[in-house]
Design a binder for this molecule. Sequence first.
Ligand SMILES: CC(C)(COP(=O)(O)OP(=O)(O)OC[C@H]1O[C@@H](n2cnc3c(N)ncnc32)[C@H](O)[C@@H]1OP(=O)(O)O)[C@@H](O)C(=O)NCCC(=O)NCCS
Length: 156
Amino acid sequence: MWTLRAVERTDFESLYQLDQQCFPEGIAYSRTDLLAFLSAPHSIELLAESTSGAMVGFIIAELRRKGEARVGHIVTIDVAASMRRKGLGRALIFAVERRLREMRIDRVRLEVSVDNDGAQGFYAEEGYERIGRIAGYYLDRIDAFVMEKKLETSAV
Ligand SMILES: CC(C)(COP(=O)(O)OP(=O)(O)OC[C@H]1O[C@@H](n2cnc3c(N)ncnc32)[C@H](O)[C@@H]1OP(=O)(O)O)[C@@H](O)C(=O)NCCC(=O)NCCS
């Protein structure tokens, strides 16, 4: 069905193209932003390849400081339209959560557009709860919900 593997430098353009397909103009990342996320020292990136070798999804997460604590942060999760509702998004986010738990990180957060019902449904299904709202987060005019999941680090 698919295999998850680490992201290589040569994957950059296909990640960029998939992100452009997954998000509206202005919300999809620019090449500069995407490269910055991928080059960040503590980023966690995974991609999914179909059996035919096509790149069909990826996830990028990073660590952010909250006072003394470190919190995981999902930067983006992108699944190709033809591969949705087959469990790939769940496999990607599960793999990242597992990495975070191994690093003893016990919380993961993300922002999602208030307009993106599909992604909100997905995150709710994966155990994320709304903890806040940021006005004008996207394009200075679309609000984002902040969602968080507590990770059970003793389950590693
Ligand atoms: C959100 C996204 C990553 C989900 O990926 P996916 O591979 O389709 O998700 P899964 O198949 O693993 O879904 C797992 C469960 O989440 C829920 N879910 C997934 N997509 C959903 C949707 N569009 N609406 C409601 N619930 C949804 C379902 O309960 C699903 O289980 P089910 O199919 O057995 O009912 C994918 O739709 C996507 O890439 N969207 C565009 C980019 C995006 O919005 N990313 C999030 C940015 S914040």
